[in-house]
Design a protein around this ligand. Structure first.
Ligand code: JFZ
Length: 335
């Protein structure tokens, strides 16, 4: 394990990339601004599967330049990239043979987005990790839904009728999602897709699981078994707690205090503004100074900093992210 973790323990700085169909609505659905993080728009807006799928028809990132992305990460001093191969909306950025809810079958672009990124990473000596939402899936039947209840009730702007349906149906808002069981979803989608992403793109350095809603030990075991396809892979702690602790902990949007550290490896993931997935109107950007200070704070405590970029549907990084990466890189070169 120490051997596997060696590069990661020295890396200190990586790029998180949240990219998917949600970059098309970019925080607005039917003329209404949907609150909270952009990649949750389908859930927060209770958007029916068919309506959400229509957004994929506009996902045509002709300006996507994987080599440029990797160079921006490298010039900022980052050593690895973790990208959302599939987020909670169930949409695969890669060519998946077990569903047509993927980049190749559902978009006009029609090409695998992970492949060029894997090639560019290899070329520039950057490690590639893949985020995979293994439990939550709002677009493939049988996938789980995590819900957030607030004091005001369900955290979404939709009608009381849909809220009642959602409350009665494990968080689902579209009946099509209940046509399979979670067990079927794990066997038909999650396990084969994890197999695909661990087979088709060369060395994968990290598998970044997320939100283990509804997971059983049996499901986790099936997914965990796929890791044998990449003997050197490192995983986070979100496959299923507590029996699958992974290799490192993932404090989110926060830096642990010294007295919270317990000797386990850790990585703080953080947004540059207020969202992971692109929202056109989120201008809550952190200053470059804040991000550099965070990096120093984290590095001094022995952790890694996974700093997020939420690319637009065109394939471009937001201007503010490009600027911040350049400024961080300039600081890294003199320090
Ligand atoms: C998850 C996702 O739901 C979110 O969209 C994003 O991808 C983020 C990186 O991860 O959200 C979480 C997961 C775990 C915690 C909080 C938000 N947590 O452990 O506090």
């Amino acid at each position: 394990r120490d051997e596997r973790m060696a590069w990661w323990r020295e890396a200190r700085f990586g790029m998180f990339i949240h990219w998917g169909v949600y970059a098309v609505p970019a925080g607005t659905h039917n003329g209404q601004a949907i609150g909270r993080i952009g990649e949750w728009i389908m859930n927060r807006g209770k958007i029916p599967v068919a309506d959400y799928r229509a957004y994929a028809k506009q996902f045509n990132p002709v300006k996507y330049d994987a080599d440029a992305w990797v160079r921006m990460a490298k010039d900022a001093g980052m050593k690895y990239i973790v990208i959302t191969a599939k987020h909670h909306d169930g949409f695969a950025l890669f060519d998946s043979k077990v569903t047509d809810w993927d980049m190749v079958d559902a978009t006009p672009y029609g090409k695998d987005l992970i492949k060029p990124l894997a090639e560019a990473c290899r070329k520039h000596g950057i490690k590639l990790g893949l985020y995979y939402s293994h439990a939550q899936d709002w677009g493939n039947p049988g996938g789980a839904v995590a819900r957030k209840l607030t004091k005001e009730g369900w955290a979404n702007p939709d009608s009381a009728r849909i809220d009642a349906y959602t409350a009665a149906n494990s968080g689902h808002w579209d009946p099509v999602q209940t046509t399979k069981t979670m067990s079927q979803y794990i066997d038909d989608i999650a396990v084969p897709q994890v197999k695909e992403i661990l087979t088709n793109y060369g060395d994968i350095a990290v598998l970044w699981w997320d939100t283990p809603t509804g997971m059983t030990d049996e499901y986790a075991e099936k997914l965990n078994a796929q890791l044998a396809l990449q003997p050197k892979i490192i995983t986070n702690d979100r496959l299923k707690r507590p029996n699958f602790p992974g290799d490192y902990k993932t404090p989110e949007q926060r830096i642990p205090k010294l007295d919270e550290l317990d000797g386990k490896d850790w990585e703080t993931c953080m947004t540059m503004n207020g969202t992971w997935g692109y929202k056109s109107y989120d201008n809550n950007w952190k200053s470059t100074e804040t991000m550099v200070r965070n990096l120093i704070d984290i590095a001094s405590k022995g952790g890694n900093y996974l700093l997020n970029v939420g690319p637009k549907a065109t394939g471009e990084f937001p201007e503010q992210s490009i600027k911040a990466l350049k400024e961080i890189g300039a600081w890294m070169k003199v320090n």
